[in-house]
Design a protein around this ligand. Structure first.
Ligand code: THU
Length: 128
């Protein structure tokens, strides 16, 4: 039985706007009610304004009023599974805390982490 969160991340990857890198990424986030919010990377000709799939998914969910999350999936076409970049780890930490992160590729290979493993000493509101 396929995991709907992984299927959603893989489907979202198909919408990636990545004409510059050609590196397509999809993300899916499950909230505490079981709803899934998706995102893909959206690149920009100035390169630096590119937004990763993970942040698109988080910001879509936040903008719809969702505040509590259970799991995140990240899909890319790599043999060594693609993890969230540093900027996305920071955003994921602030909005999702120590969530489960599942990485997946097009062959269905998966690896599961807690965000704290990928981002062990985060800066956050507790320091302010
Ligand atoms: N990218 C993501 O969307 N998520 C990741 O986890 C890694 C990188 C995007 C940004 C850019 O559009 C492309 O992949 C190459 O870096």
């Amino acid at each position: 039985m396929p995991d709907p969160l992984l299927s959603a991340a893989l489907a979202a990857r198909e919408n990636a706007f990545a004409p510059f890198s050609k590196f397509k990424v999809g993300a899916a986030i499950e909230d505490l009610d079981g709803h899934i919010h998706t995102g893909c990377n959206v690149e920009n000709a100035t390169y630096g304004l590119t937004v990763c799939a993970e942040r698109v998914a988080v910001f879509k969910a936040i903008s719809e009023g969702v505040r509590k999350f259970r799991r995140v999936a990240v899909a890319a076409d790599t043999n060594v599974l693609t993890p969230p970049c540093g900027a996305c780890r920071q955003i994921l930490w602030e909005f999702c805390g120590d969530v489960e992160i599942v990485l997946v590729n097009l062959h269905g290979k998966t690896e599961t982490y807690r965000l704290k493993e990928l981002f062990p000493k985060p800066f956050d509101v507790s320091y302010l």
